[in-house]
Structures are given as structure tokens and as C-alpha cells.
Design a protein around this ligand. Structure first.
Ligand code: UDP
Length: 441
């Protein structure tokens, strides 16, 4: 990564997730945390940050100073509430128009760089880039081609419209920020991205909020029994995150536990297709005869979530796909070992046999055996937990912010002075789309 230029003012586009929303339910998750954590740190480094997100309540003021140097601009596009994420592509024109109007009301050259998060924002950013003549840096966060290759049962495939939209943004963006080398390779192999414009920038954890602490105090605060063994899931409750896989894998262990001290703690709210039947997990626990051994908590703010991690013996991240997995890093930063599916960024976030366990696939019996193995060996859990703290120190938002600044600098340094060239679709992407309706490129 090169580039010494530094933006004075950055336009962050985050159409479908407001950094002000509580993560862990609905559409709010790791991306919100990413945008919010990096925005504050960029502002502390002297960059003025303006975040454009869709207004989802009539109470949303058009401009909110969310932190010193960080403005959140609520953009009207479609109804405030009740708009499904799947209907958002139809509102992109309205969203884009209102973003362009905000800029048009400012002095010329108001923004120096645009950073778009998720493909919907990339579509808006691409247009703004052409109009404002400033570079577009894009982070995909998740990729439909990757998600569709490892769908959870009960999840629906991402539509072709998203695949097409993603590849357009990949072609048009001046730089692409990938969470891991795996994601960088996916951008190249599946979407035909030019490797030269990809920066690998790992996300982080808020190491001030997530740090080791007293398990006994955390349990007392959360009303958990000090003598229990607690396995914890944290995240949006939807098939992709596989809380049902964890529940099914834990059920035989919970039933066989004669001491009655093993407990499963599930923290988060319904999201995605999980919204269609929010009571599904509780019903599953009931059907498996373990309802009294499973505790559900609604989404928690970071301070309480840190206590949730500290109260746990083991945190499980069984997702079907995960571009990074912030929960895994946060738990480790609190000194808690993690058992995770060996998918996407989790293979980087967790060090197998050092800070936790990486499990291949989602076979329930395999997960039960791996969980039983770990829970039977408290000394190993303690060893992994100690190593986890050190491992997590390598992932801080400060580091992410430094790397983003380098990426912005490179984008500014390479931005063409002349006419903006049309994005070029990669060969492989054309292959992906070849049986689809004809499109330019
Ligand atoms: N989160 C939270 N409160 C909750 C559950 C989750 O603040 O009750 C946050 C969590 O701290 C993490 C993010 O939501 O930073 C989830 O990010 P992750 O990368 O694990 O999953 P994603 O939501 O991006 O799929």
C-alpha cells in the first residue's frame, strides 16, 4: 500500500445500516461496528467524516453530530420503516439523488474520497465518484457469490441482481478493501477484480471495551450461576449464523449433564430470514428438551457484551459464511477461547489449536464431539484463553484506521486527472453472468 495524500473530508456511504443502530439484530451487525469504530478514529486523526445512511424513522434528524468530527446524514429514500432490505435496490436512485443534492449545496470539492460499504452503497458511490470526480474506495463486507456457495438450510440464495451489482462496483471502484487475503482472492477469482487495486485491511476489536476481566463479577452482573459452564453465541439470529446448529450440537451435552451446570447463552435478535419466525430457536430448544438450560438475551451494547464474553467459558461462532467475524476477535480480546466454523475470515480470526478450535463443516455430531472435547478440558480452555488475548491484540481498529488512510491516500494519488474511464468487467465475472440477460461490458 502506498500513498501519502490524506483526505480532509471523507464521505462514507452506508445505505442500509446506520452506525447509530444497535448491532446484533435486523440488518445491524459487524458493518455498523466497522463504520462507527473507524469513523471516530479517522476523525481523531483529523479527517472530517460524513456518513450517509437511509433515514428509517421520522424522528431521524437530517444531520446528527454523532461524535466530534463525525456527522451522520439521514437520507430520505422510501418509507421510514417497513422497507425490506430486498426492496432497497429500488430506492437507490432516490438515495443517490439526495446524496448528490447534499454535496451540491456545499462548496466545490467538498469531499476528497468516498468510502462505500456493501454493494448497495457501492452503486451510490460509483455515481457520486463520477459526479464529484473523487476516488471511490469500496468494502464489500459480504459477497453474494461466496454466500450462495455455502448457504444454510432455510436460507434463500442471493439474487442475480446483487451479483451483477457487486461486479459493477468491483469494476468501477478505484480501490477495493478486503478483510482478508481469502476475500481478496474471491474478489479476483469470482468477480475478476484487478489484484493491483485491492488492499487487505483486517478489521479489529475495540480493545478498550473488550479486555479480560473477572468472570465472577460478570456472572453476578448478568445473573448467571458462578458454578456453571457457559457456552455462548453472540450475533444476529439467522440461518447463516447457524445458532440452530450450535443448539442442536449442544443439546445432547445439555441432556447428558447430570450436574445441571452446563448452559447455553444466546445473545442477539432476529435478522434476515430469521425474522420470518423469531421464536424458532426457543421452540427448537423446547423440542430438544433443553429449554431450561438455554438463556436468551436481546442485543447488548458493547459494555454489557464485554461482560457476556467474560462470563463465558467458550464462545461459539458456527456461521456458514463470515467475511471476518468480529465476535470471534472480541471474545478473544476478553480472554475467551473460540470454537468456530472454518469458513471465510474465521480461519484468520481464530488460531486453531492455539486460541480455540476451527471445525470443518456443520455436521451436528462433529460439533457435539468438538464441544465435548473442549469442555472436558478446562486447562486447555484456560491456555487457549490466555493465547487469545495476545492474538486479539493484533486486531485493533487503530490499525484498521491506519491501513484505511493508506488506502485512501493511494486512491487519491492514482486518481486520473482526465476523463474517468469506464469500469472493466473481469473475464471470470462475464463467465458467471454468461447465461443471464445481456449486459454491457
Ligand atoms: N453485537 C453487539 N451486540 C449484540 C450482538 C452483536 O454489539 O448483542 C456486535 C458485536 O459486538 C460485533 C457485531 O455486532 O461487533 C457482529 O459482527 P460480526 O462480524 O461478528 O457479524 P456480522 O453481524 O457482521 O455478520
Amino acid at each position: 500500500m502506498t500513498g501519502g495524500a490524506r483526505p480532509r473530508r471523507l464521505a462514507v456511504i452506508s445505505v442500509h445500516t446506520s452506525p447509530l443502530a444497535q448491532p446484533g439484530t435486523g440488518d445491524a451487525g459487524g458493518m455498523n461496528v466497522y463504520v462507527w469504530q473507524t469513523a471516530q478514529r479517522l476523525a481523531r486523526r483529523g479527517v472530517e467524516v460524513e456518513i450517509f445512511t437511509r433515514a428509517t424513522s421520522s424522528a431521524d434528524r437530517p444531520v446528527v453530530e454523532a461524535a466530534p468530527g463525525v456527522l451522520v446524514r439521514h437520507i430520505e429514500a422510501g418509507p421510514f420503516d417497513g422497507l425490506d432490505k430486498r426492496d432497497l435496490p429500488g430506492q437507490l436512485c432516490a438515495f443517490s439523488a439526495n446524496v448528490l443534492r447534499v454535496e451540491a449545496a456545499q462548496s466545490p470539492g467538498y469531499y476528497d474520497v468516498i468510502h462505500s460499504h456493501y454493494w448497495l452503497s457501492g452503486q451510490v458511490g460509483w455515481l457520486a465518484r463520477d459526479r464529484w470526480r473523487v476516488p471511490l474506495v469500496h468494502t464489500a463486507h459480504t459477497l453474494a457469490a461466496v454466500k450462495n456457495a455455502s448457504l444454510a438450510g432455510g436460507d434463500t440464495a442471493e439474487p442475480m441482481g446483487r451479483l451483477i451489482g457487486e461486479q459493477q462496483v468491483v469494476a468501477e471502484a478505484d480501490r477495493l478493501v478486503a478483510n482478508t487475503r481469502t476475500e481478496a482472492a474471491e474478489l479476483v477469482d469470482l468477480y475478476g477484480a484487478s489484484p493491483a487495486k485491492i488492499d487487505v485491511v483486517p478489521p479489529g476489536a475495540d480493545l478498550d471495551a473488550y479486555s479480560p476481566g473477572s468472570r465472577a463479577a460478570a456472572r453476578a452482573e448478568l445473573g448467571l450461576d458462578p458454578g456453571d459452564t457457559v457456552v455462548t453465541f453472540v450475533g444476529r439470529l439467522q440461518p447463516l449464523k447457524a445458532p440452530d446448529v450450535l443448539l442442536a450440537a449442544m443439546a445432547p451435552l445439555l441432556r447428558a449433564d447430570a450436574t445441571g451446570t452446563l448452559r447455553l447463552l444466546i445473545v442477539g435478535g432476529p435478522s434476515g430470514t430469521g425474522l420470518e419466525h423469531p421464536a424458532a430457536l426457543a421452540e427448537l430448544a423446547d423440542a430438544m428438551g433443553v429449554a431450561d438450560r438455554v438463556t436468551f438475551l436481546p442485543p447488548q451494547p458493547a459494555a454489557t457484551l464485554a461482560q457476556v464474553y467474560r462470563a463465558s467459558d467458550l464462545v461459539a461462532v458456527p456461521s456458514f459464511s463470515e467475511s471476518f467475524g468480529l465476535v470471534a476477535v472480541e471474545a478473544q480480546a476478553c480472554g475467551i477461547p473460540v470454537i468456530a466454523a472454518d469458513v471465510g475470515g474465521l480461519g484468520v480470526a481464530v488460531r486453531d489449536g492455539v486460541t480455540g478450535r476451527l471445525v470443518d463443516g456443520h455436521d451436528i455430531a462433529t460439533w457435539t464431539a468438538e464441544l465435548a472435547d473442549l469442555l472436558a478440558d478446562p486447562a486447555r480452555l484456560q491456555r487457549y484463553g490466555a493465547a487469545a488475548v495476545t492474538h486479539a491484540q493484533g486486531y485493533s481498529w487503530e490499525h484498521t484506521t491506519d491501513a484505511l488512510l493508506a488506502s485512501y491516500g493511494a486512491a487519491m494519488g492514482n486518481f486520473p486527472a482526465g476523463p474517468i474511464r469506464r469500469g472493466v468487467l473481469g473475464r471470470r465475472t462475464r463467465g458467471l453472468l454468461k447465461n443471464r440477460p445481456r449486459m454491457a461490458g
